[in-house]
Write a protein of this length. Structure first.
Length: 169
């Protein structure tokens, strides 16, 4: 579990940046559609963040940021989910996740469960504070943690598996 993970740092001038970002946005469109087949699936599994974490960790902040911004916007435009009123907080959390994942990956060159857990706790905590500030509702700010623990766990373990087993090289 402590092996080094091969990371790619793509620039905005490389076509690969946009191809990878598009692929991860598609993942962030398909996974939520599957999760929404289950009642409250979006709230339980938090699928809109899954491929953002992988994109940023493996390919850097540029791919992560493109994925973080375009995934919720495209999903909302195509399917109305997330609702437009939720876009600001989802964008804040997505961007926090992308930047934190890229930063930790760049500093450590590893994708361990504790590192991924730390990134997820960071974006949920700081994003929760932002949501509380925007909505004035502590209950709304804690919803991802209250209802979304299965999704948070799946995000941590699933992303660790993909980064260390499927995208190792």
């Amino acid at each position: 579990m402590e092996s080094t993970t091969v990371l790619y740092r793509l620039s905005f001038t490389e076509s690969k940046t946009y191809l990878w970002a598009a692929a991860f946005v598609v993942g962030n469109i398909l996974l939520p559609q599957l999760c929404h087949l289950i009642p409250q699936g979006g709230f339980i599994f938090l699928p809109i963040y899954f491929f953002t974490l992988i994109a940023a960790w493996k390919f850097g902040w540029r791919v992560g940021l493109l994925t973080a911004v375009f995934s919720p916007l495209v999903n909302s435009a195509l399917f109305g989910m997330p609702m437009a009123a939720m876009l600001p907080i989802i964008l804040i959390k997505s961007v926090l996740l992308a930047l934190a994942a890229a930063f930790v990956a760049e500093k450590t060159h590893k994708a361990t469960l504790p590192l991924i857990l730390a990134v997820v706790v960071f974006y949920q905590f700081v994003g929760g504070i932002a949501e509380w500030a925007l909505t004035g509702s502590l209950s709304a700010a804690l919803q991802d943690v209250r209802i979304g623990l299965p999704g948070i766990a799946l995000q941590i373990v699933g992303c660790w598996f993909i980064l260390n087993r499927l995208l190792k090289n």
